[in-house]
Design a protein around this ligand. Structure first.
Ligand code: SF4
Length: 72
């Protein structure tokens, strides 16, 4: 299941909650994210997990290119 707890744009806090870099909110790790447009699976670069900001940038580029395709 997609949840904030396994989204690349979320950063785990010490208390187990998730800080969302897109919406600048604290989310519950188990919150269902099936409907979140920005949900992003973990991505790795050279074997290392990218940070939430990198995930967010990639997602925004991805959404923009999809949007462009739809407008042509
Ligand atoms: S981008 Fe969506 S799924 Fe990811 S942490 Fe934020 S609210 Fe949750």
């Amino acid at each position: 299941m997609k949840s904030c707890g396994n989204c690349g744009i979320g950063s785990k806090r010490e208390d187990g909650s998730i800080e969302c870099f897109k919406y600048k909110k604290i989310k519950d790790a188990l919150e269902n994210s099936e409907k979140c447009l920005y949900y992003t699976q973990y991505k790795f670069e050279d074997g290392e997990l990218m940070n939430p900001l990198q995930h967010l940038i990639l997602k925004e580029q991805d959404l923009k290119s999809k949007h462009m395709k739809n407008t042509i």
